[in-house]
Design a protein around this ligand. Sequence first.
Ligand SMILES: NC(=O)c1ccc[n+]([C@@H]2O[C@H](COP(=O)([O-])OP(=O)(O)OC[C@H]3O[C@@H](n4cnc5c(N)ncnc54)[C@H](O)[C@@H]3O)[C@@H](O)[C@H]2O)c1
Ligand SMILES: O=C(O)C[C@H](O)C(=O)O
Length: 199
Amino acid sequence: MISNPVYSTVPIAAEVFKLGGVYDEKKLFGVTTLDVVRARTFYAGKAKVNVAGVHVPVIGGHAGLTILPLFSQATPSGNLSDEEIRALTKRTQEGGTEVVEAKAGKGSATLSMAYAGAIFADACLKGLNGVPDVVECSYVQSTVTDLPFFASKVRLGKNGVEEVLGLGTLSDFEQQGLEALKPELKSSIEKGIAFVHDN
Ligand SMILES: NC(=O)c1ccc[n+]([C@@H]2O[C@H](COP(=O)([O-])OP(=O)(O)OC[C@H]3O[C@@H](n4cnc5c(N)ncnc54)[C@H](O)[C@@H]3O)[C@@H](O)[C@H]2O)c1
Ligand SMILES: O=C(O)C[C@H](O)C(=O)O
């Protein structure tokens, strides 16, 4: 699922598939790769490292505060200040809205989404083809938090999602971000599920 709001459209799709008796949680992904692309790009710029070698997990959902880049786990380490990390987090969270507002009703990010979509589709194909250790962040059915859907690192394989990976160690700032995003994410998931049953 790429169509927004991804944090609701994925639960909507899951519910529709369940009603049709064909839901396979291993094969339903919300594409959050663009958040990862933005986090990597902004981080590389600030840390003055080559973006090609940068990894930053992004967890949560796919809108505003629900997008939580884990810069404490970024590699290579950029030794950025707390203030810089806060600014990079905000920029990543607002990246999509920035483009939507700049295009003023004429759509959303397209070229960067195509790039992100290609990365994610390529990872899915590698997994399906049996390439080992293919890991991308994605918004999937999850038990890593108390929310039924959550974006985190996912290991892809022949069946789709082979393993939803844990969050690793979070900084205090990220832990606070995680607690702050939960109410919005919970309500967006519930709204999606209710939408299916009300319609
Ligand atoms: N997951 C991500 O990272 C990400 C990134 C970019 C865009 N998006 C989402 O992708 C979607 C498309 O973005 P876009 O920039 O191409 O938007 P867009 O406005 O350019 O295109 C939307 C298209 O949907 C069509 N449409 C609208 N209502 C319809 C309906 N009821 N039935 C059939 N078609 C309908 C419109 O005619 C239009 O062609 C949006 O939901 C956007 O939010 C997601
Ligand atoms: O379409 C949007 O609202 C934003 C899009 O999801 C993006 O991340 O660029």
